[in-house]
Ligand binder design. Structure first.
Ligand SMILES: Cc1cc2nc3c(=O)[nH]c(=O)nc-3n(C[C@H](O)[C@H](O)[C@H](O)COP(=O)(O)O)c2cc1C
Length: 378
């Protein structure tokens, strides 16, 4: 039987009223969008992404479920980058609560949700009631069941992630405005096959060849300072996603013990591991992304060999009990026990505590300096 694919909708950009005053931009509220007012200074990294979303730096908060809540999303948007409430692995009620928190703190650009977590009808209701500017759809076919159209018909733009060139082109055909190329270095659940470093330039060529020059690309995975941002922009990215670095921010909903673990980690290749084991240890047979996850190495992840060679379900249950007891004794997930999702760039997270605004300012300045240095070398 032939499968019916929904027709492509061309996303309409609804620019809010824009007033330019010297080097400052004021984004006045759209009639149909939440009332957010952002005062920003333009950085010299004025990419197409900055102009499309009226943000001062080409940086985007990763839609990190349970970590990028309303507080962090609002702080990022207020600081002049693109802020999103992440709801991966969380309920729609949680998303609405966090959205209200973000609104109370000045608003943010949108929210993220995993495709497998929501049907198109509920997604349309979320878009109609929350009125985001963008919706980040993670881990799935955004066209097949009408997810992309639900967002576009509701008046918002779609951001979606992809790990290979084929999926990037498919997303563009479905009307996605910004495609995040998320590589193996990324924190949380990710496709372990290749780095975004290898995939993104080829994805740009493929989009241009297919007539999708207007579709933007963002880089995700392992970027935790301005040098990584500069490298990603040089590869052809229009924007860069920061996950782990902002998970450590003061406004993030990660536990204090998890932020401490991120700040204390060094040598990301050794400090993190990627696999499906941690989900199994936490009682999750298969994550909604269908992908392995990258997290910090600790005593919980060290149980993997014992888990793999466990002779019975009871022996595995005993290992899960050990893991939970360790978490409880340590006052939550953290450096010793538990699960802290983190990318391979975690070694670059500074040891001191920082607000989201301080992180974004520092990373932007570092990126501008790195791009200037690169220019001088040529
Ligand atoms: C704590 C944490 C939670 C995450 N949760 C989600 C999620 O719910 N949905 C999603 O699409 N990606 C999630 N990710 C992946 C991010 O969207 C992003 O691709 C990744 O953080 C980029 O790599 P980086 O952490 O090295 O910056 C998560 C990442 C982290 C670190």
């Amino acid at each position: 039987m032939a499968t019916l694919t929904p027709p492509i909708k061309v996303p309409s950009l609804r620019p809010c009223g824009l007033r330019l005053r010297l080097s400052r931009v004021t984004r006045a509220p759209c009639r149909t969008r939440p009332r957010t007012r952002v005062m920003i200074s333009l950085s010299s990294m004025n990419t197409r992404f900055c102009r499309q979303y009226l943000v001062s730096s080409p940086l985007m908060l990763a839609p990190m479920g349970g970590c990028a809540g309303g507080k962090l999303a609002a702080a990022v948007s207020k600081a002049g980058a693109l802020g999103l409430v992440g709801s991966g692995g969380e309920s729609q009620k949680y998303l609405r609560q966090q959205w209200s928190i973000s609104q109370a703190q000045g608003g943010c650009h949108g929210f993220g949700i995993n495709v497998a977590q929501v049907n198109a009808e509920d997604l349309r209701t979320l878009v109609d009631t929350l009125k985001p500017q963008v919706v980040y759809l993670s881990f799935g076919d955004v066209r097949e069941k009408g997810h992309a159209n639900a967002v576009i018909d509701g008046g918002a733009q779609v951001i979606a992630n992809a790990a290979d060139v084929q999926t990037v082109v498919k997303h563009a055909d479905a009307g996605v405005a910004v495609i995040v190329v998320q590589g193996a270095d990324a924190g949380g659940h990710t496709d372990g096959r290749a780095s975004a470093f290898a995939v993104l330039p080829e994805a740009r060529d493929a989009l241009d060849a297919a007539g999708h020059n207007d579709v933007l690309l963002a880089y995700a995975g392992g970027v935790a300072d301005g040098r990584g941002v500069a490298a990603a922009l040089t590869l052809g990215a229009d924007a860069v996603v920061l996950g782990t670095r902002l998970a450590a921010a003061e406004e993030s909903d990660y536990l204090a013990t998890q932020k401490e673990a991120l700040r204390g980690a060094s040598d990301g290749a050794n400090a993190t591991t990627i696999g499906r084991f941690v989900d199994a240890l936490n009682g999750i047979d298969e994550h909604s992304s269908g992908l392995p996850g990258r997290c910090l190495v600790n005593r919980s992840t060290a149980l993997k060999d014992a888990w793999d060679s466990a002779p019975s379900p009871e022996a595995r249950a005993e290992l899960s009990t050990q893991h939970r007891a360790g978490v409880a004794a340590g006052g939550g997930d953290g450096a010793e026990w538990g699960t802290t999702w983190a990318g391979a760039g975690v070694g670059l997270v500074p040891a001191h505590s920082q607000s989201a605004a301080a992180i974004l300012e520092e990373v932007t300045a570092e990126a501008e300096a790195a791009l200037k240095r690169a220019g001088l070398l040529l």
